[in-house]
Design a protein around this ligand. Structure first.
Ligand SMILES: N[C@@H](CCC(=O)N[C@@H](CS)C(=O)NCC(=O)O)C(=O)O
Length: 290
């Protein structure tokens, strides 16, 4: 009953982030397969998801390939009606589908000028009129959804839904480029940056430790605009206070130190994704707060 999901660079691929959020936030079983974009490895990965030519692409448990985030969303919503991928109620559902479709096919000026980049923030960006028009439209859609359907929670339609999945990278672009939005939209941006699933994705991207040429704007970098990250360090040797990796339960081989304590993991990637944002990982927090 497990899906397969092909994704590209976590730090830069906004569509991959959307695809992965569908699985992680709706708790759907998935085997993630990743490759660096614009590489032979990427072409080889996608050959296994033919005829997809971009990421994300998925394979259903029956082996059917579905590509393009909107098609993936609808396929998963059909297959898992219990997961409430779209909001309940015809009015909320219709509006959620509208603004999701508008995101999927629109906001070209914003997307071209402000690539998703989860490494850091940037200062000094001067938005064009076209970018400002896109931002004003996003602000309007978010404010309308929040006012009519948001209720007490932070998300557009009360509970987390596919609409939030599609706007997560937009929220991140607004934060990293310091784009001007109103108070409601700003709160929504803050909620995305604090969302544990988003933080986990970003941490895995940082652990990949790769700068994709052409994706970094020529602007001064500023610290990441999301919640502050606890600073730890990789170390070459234990012993650690935990004998089993918090993620796999296997014996530990890779270590980090955090606030004078030593923790172990079963491989370097698990250690590095934890280092990148320790508090994003409930399984780690559990041993950290013991
Ligand atoms: N409309 C597609 C867009 C997918 C897309 O543009 N993916 C980019 C990564 S964010 C990609 O695969 N780029 C690799 C390439 O252009 O070769 C969707 O919704 O999934």
């Amino acid at each position: 009953m497990t899906y397969e999901l092909a994704i590209g660079d976590r730090t830069y691929s906004s569509w991959s982030l959307r695809g992965w959020l569908l699985f992680s936030t709706f708790d759907l079983p998935v085997r993630v397969r990743t490759a660096r974009m614009y590489s032979q490895e990427f072409n080889d990965l996608l050959a296994d998801f033919a005829p997809a030519r971009l990421v994300p692409a998925m394979k259903t448990p029956a082996g059917d390939v579905v590509y393009d985030t909107l098609a993936m969303t609808e396929t998963l919503a059909d297959a898992h009606p219990d997961k409430a991928i779209w909001p309940k109620g015809p009015a909320a559902r219709g509006f959620a589908r509208s603004i999701t479709a508008e995101m999927h096919s629109g906001f070209g000026a914003l997307r071209d000028a402000c690539t998703m980049n989860l490494r850091c923030g940037f200062t000094g960006f001067q938005p064009s009129d076209a970018v400002l028009a896109d931002i004003a439209r996003v602000d309007l859609l978010w404010t309308l959804a929040r006012a009519r359907f948001g209720g007490d929670g932070p998300w557009l339609f009360g509970d987390w839904s596919a609409a939030d999945v599609f706007y997560a990278p937009v929220a991140s672009r607004i934060a990293t480029f310091g784009l001007p939005v109103g108070a409601v939209a700003q709160d929504y941006v803050t909620a995305h940056l604090a969302n544990p699933a988003f933080r986990q994705w970003r941490a895995m991207g940082l652990a990949e430790d790769y700068i994709q040429p052409g994706y970094d704007p020529e602007l001064p970098e500023i610290p990441w605009p999301g919640p502050p990250v606890l600073a730890g360090q990789a170390i070459s040797q234990g012993p650690s206070e935990n004998a089993a990796c918090p993620y796999s339960g296997r014996p530990v081989t890779d270590f980090l130190t955090l606030e004078g304590r030593v923790f172990g993991f079963c491989n370097p990637f698990c250690r590095d994704k934890t280092l990148a944002d320790p508090m994003a990982w409930p399984a780690f927090v559990k041993i950290y707060e013991k």
